[in-house]
Design a protein around this ligand. Sequence first.
Ligand code: NDP
Length: 443
Amino acid sequence: MYTEKIKADLLKKDPDQKEFLQAAFEIIDSLDPVFKRHPEYEKADLLSRLTEPERVIMFRVPWVDDNGKVRVNRAYRVEFNSAIGPFKGGLRFSPSVNLSVIKFLGFEQIFKNALTGLPMGGGKGGSDFDPHGKSDMEVMRFCQSFMSELYRHIGPFTDVPAGDIGVGAREIGYLFGQYKKITNEHSWALTGKGVAYGGSLGRKEATGYGLLYFLQAMLKDHGLDLAGKSAVISGSGNVAIYAAQKAKELGLKVIAMSDSGGYIKDENGIDVETVKMIKEVKRGRISEYVTHHPEAEYQKDPRGIWQVVCDIALPCATQNELAEADAKELIANGVIAVCEGANMPCTPDAQRLLLENGILYGPGKAANAGGVAVSGLEMSQNSLRLCWTFEEVDSRLKEIMENIYATTAKVAKDYGHKGDLIVGSNIAGFLKVAEAMMAQGIV
Ligand code: NDP
């Protein structure tokens, strides 16, 4: 079978890229019914072309730390697919970054961006630089050196990076400043910019808010709602914080959050303002929460968060953070829905178990598309040289997330997998990219 052959080819070509293979196999495994309906896609060998990035850039980033010591990091930009628009996807700064991780993220991004309905191709980049414990000046010097190479590969009509793990408002500011200086253009080659210099209101909140809009739509479709239910949210970064904020607004009580060191549990409901102060202002550890809220408890193992009894679990930290054993705990404790704010947070075994047990499951590709959707809206505002109000952006975001839910649910049903949004989102994203690739010939 065509899809099996493609998987065998990928395994042979890049046997060590385990994250990329995991992401690629998940998508490819959903596509058999599409190739049955569209034999022309196999003839055009769309999958061989889709699984090979259009371009991979790997470069060194030399910089000098506060002690005058020279440091060198490795960086990547994977420009995966530009069939439906300029390459678009975030930059990740984390010691865990390698080519496999960036390829997995870039590959997923192709389909996620297609689902938003906006004209954006897929890409991703980053470096094994660890911003933790670095001074602002060290981060600035790193970002300037990083952009001194990246600038020649990006641009508003070519490739438009944004933030991801370890790349927030501070890093985007430094990256943009250097891009502007080198190119002598105040052009829009990055999103997630500060509102003062071309950013969009609502971008910071977009992924977390979008996740809750998606979750709300999924629950509503099953005759359920959020009010009065409890949730745990892993992570306490950009996605997790604004997911927690919107959850509270919608009446969903968040009782646990985490960082890479451990998790906090507060049965009274996590105070999001305290988390923001610790993580956004002080760049501190989640363990500090208990000094402000002594009734809460802190546990050192971040993975223990999945043992907290809850109705809804929202993994919003990192890939493969929720494994089969964690899914078992959640199911035994009566979870009704798992919705992914992070990219690929559930392992394939965990996904399978959740679906087999009838848990409502929102895959990241669809459920966390709100961030890139508002990045797309930031690009629209930049092109128009206009700034929309927060309310306008937020209402477009909500509409986009509801559409993504409706489309993925419908496509899952049309292809004989009612309720399986993994299949629905993979096929829906693929169909749009396939149509564009077929129209453009073998390029
Ligand atoms: P941030 O860097 O802002 O936050 C990441 C958070 O996850 C931090 O709190 C970090 O803790 C925590 N973390 C890291 N590893 C673990 C772990 N093993 N267990 C528990 N917590 C952990 O990143 P974002 O919030 O931007 O991104 C989070 C996820 O969402 C990623 O998968 C990203 O790809 C995805 N995503 C992000 C989008 C965005 O718009 N930002 C858009 C779509 C998806 P610590 O402080 O200790 O490092």
